[in-house]
Ligand binder design. Structure first.
Ligand SMILES: [Zn+2]
Length: 361
């Protein structure tokens, strides 16, 4: 049988003669003979009712043999019956993704980046976004160990539920607390939000934490994290995703801060959420004012503040809208104590030697 052999390393095909030996398929090339045992042969693709077939020496192998001819699949299956049962193929999904990546690269040149980016964000699988966000939240080198005080986490989840009630979020919010002294918080892809414990310690009331949390949920609502990730990683995101190692992209996402427009949008949505939940927005405004004073005094409050709209502007915008109905504290006094103690028993890193690259409030 005449066939074309591919070594899996180059795209070049080589003419081969194929014989049915006693132990396996004998493949004779100009300069080498190969033996592929029947029992391990794997079907990569079959077309034209089994007239054109591509096989591999074993599942997952990169080598390929392309054969065509009358009933070639039936002929092979006489020696290797598993080929008849196999669905073509594991390689198929992968080649569709690779083709998609190539089309996306071409489309960037043809249509321009913003349109392509919208497309990538629209089709980006939520399970991948979730994995990326989860791995970012778990980056203890940057953000410290996860805190899991049960009562504190329950208080935070109750607050999150109160803020998001009635909202149609693109993905459910998952809040994490980590044992870092940095005054910071950020929203990651997949609906993950990380509050660094330093921020909870710095806050003077649960309303302040509620304001920061509402702002971060605003980022989730507008899908800013995945947009930021696509900005930073670009087409590499697709290619890396094909390799399956999406978790490794998490740190990359920290390299780019949100733009001023994104921050203003998250502020507005966060403010709407506070008012709808009957929580006074003064907490968030007070927090911004205090951070602005700290920033002037050159205290370390996280480099994220430099890229944001001026904090005084943001607090003025927040103070400009008053709640119409009754307001109640974001948490009960007991819940507030529980939340402040959420990292008890978890070691806080003492030296702030790692730059706090991705923070966002
Ligand atoms: Zn923000």
């Amino acid at each position: 049988m005449a066939a074309t052999y591919y070594d899996g390393r180059s795209a070049e095909g080589r003419a081969a003669s194929v014989f049915a030996g006693a132990d396996g398929l004998e493949i004779r090339l100009a300069d080498a003979d190969l033996l592929w045992p029947y029992g391990r042969l794997s079907l990569v693709s079959a077309a034209d009712h089994g007239q054109r077939v591509v096989i591999a020496p074993r599942p997952g192998a990169a080598e390929r043999l392309s054969l065509s001819g009358e009933d070639v699949l039936e002929t092979l299956a006489a020696w290797a019956p598993q080929l008849r049962r196999q669905k073509p193929s594991r390689g198929h999904v992968r080649s569709v993704l690779v083709a998609g990546a190539i089309i996306a690269v071409l489309a960037v040149f043809w249509a321009g980046y913003p349109i392509v980016k919208q497309g990538i964000v629209a089709v980006f699988p939520s399970s991948w976004a979730d994995r990326i966000g989860r791995s970012m939240a778990a980056d203890n080198r940057l953000f410290g160990e996860p805190c899991d005080g049960a009562a504190g986490m329950a208080a935070l989840e109750a607050l999150s539920a109160r803020l998001t009630q009635g909202m149609d979020l693109p993905e459910p919010v998952k809040v994490h607390v980590t044992a870092s002294k940095d005054v910071n918080a950020f929203a990651a892809p997949g609906g993950h939000i990380v509050l660094l414990h330093g921020l909870i310690k710095e806050a003077r009331s649960p309303d302040e934490v509620a304001g920061v949390l509402a702002h971060e949920i605003g980022h989730v609502q507008h899908r800013h994290p995945i947009n930021r990730l696509v900005d930073v990683a670009g087409i590499q995101l697709i290619v890396t995703s094909i390799s399956g190692d999406v978790g490794a992209l998490g740190t990359l996402a920290l390299m780019l801060s949100y733009g001023i427009d994104d921050e203003a949008e998250a502020d507005r949505t966060g403010l709407d959420m506070l008012l709808a939940a009957g929580i006074a927005p003064d907490g968030l405004a007070a927090f911004f004012d205090r951070m602005a004073r700290k920033n002037e005094n050159k205290l370390t409050v996280g480099q994220f503040l430099r890229t944001h709209p001026p904090l005084e502007e943001r607090s003025a915008m927040i103070r400009g809208r008053r709640p119409t109905g009754a307001v109640t504290p974001a948490l009960t006094q007991q819940q507030w104590r529980d939340l402040r103690a959420v990292c008890d028993g978890v070691a806080t890193e003492d030296e702030a030697d790692e730059p706090n690259g991705g923070g966002d409030v």
